[in-house]
Design a protein around this ligand. Sequence first.
Ligand SMILES: [Zn+2]
Length: 335
Amino acid sequence: MTHPLAERFPLRNGNCRVYCHPDCLWHEGPADHPERPERLEAILEGCLELPKRLPVSFVIPEAATFDQLRAVHDKNYLQRLEEAAHHQSTFMSDDNYLCQDSFDAIRAAAGCAIATGETLLGNGRAFALTRPPGHHAGRSSAEGFCFVNHIALAVETVRSERPGARFLIVDFDVHHGNGIDRIYERDDTVFYYSIHGDPAHIYPNSGFPDDQGSAQGHGFTRNVTIGEGTSGDEWLRIFADSLSEVERTFAPDYLIVGAGFDAHREDPFSLLELEDTHYLAAAQLLIQLANDHCEGRSAWLLEGGYSTSVLKRLVPACVSLLADSSNPGARGSRD
Ligand SMILES: [Zn+2]
């Protein structure tokens, strides 16, 4: 299977990887649903404009197997989801539409997530163009357009070979990633940092600052909430300050980024005012963090973002920054 992007940016050792799968386009719901194939089409179109010299390789990974999904999700949940895709129009939530091809799309997106974990194991950098998104999905729950938790799959892929590894997840989607938060709330080797709109006013109404994890994971969750109407400059200041506090207390081996672009002022869901420059500055901070603490090892996974023009501009721009960043520890990714 080929794609014009895979031909233009072929596999080269040491390059930043972008994982995408054409089956992710097959998950299709009502015409007015914001989580639609055009999101990914816009990103792929934008990526075709990237300069050919960029050290980036576009790769179509294998779709995840049922057993691979079980690294994060309950067997019974996955069986019900697969079955539902053949018979039902929604699953567990009215937001989570299904079509005949949805389970294939879900497995394809999960394959992209697992591939980022493989890249981390090879000390590389990767961006996965995952849709449907993942950060609201729990071990046995689908909500907020999400069915499978991609970031957790990336973490578990690495952990299966490096059991003692420490992960910092930074989720800048405008919504709290309640699925990730729940999966790792008791874990002191996975630090979940999320910056999101005020949960009193925005879905999923969780992720208040006093939620800091539980049991031995207490202190390993950081929820930063941003009030409606906060300027992009102020968001960036809060992001930089709070992230550097986390850096002082937690030394990660791997950085995993939940890249949601729905805090942008042009996004139909946003209550915030971010512009392109704020996202690009945040991306630079994250690249620096990965270089400072993780020898460059970082995986970015697409979460929300519902303005196709914003996605078309910003995802390729972040890929470009990631690919161009120096990565002194890289020995090339495994294939
Ligand atoms: Zn979101």
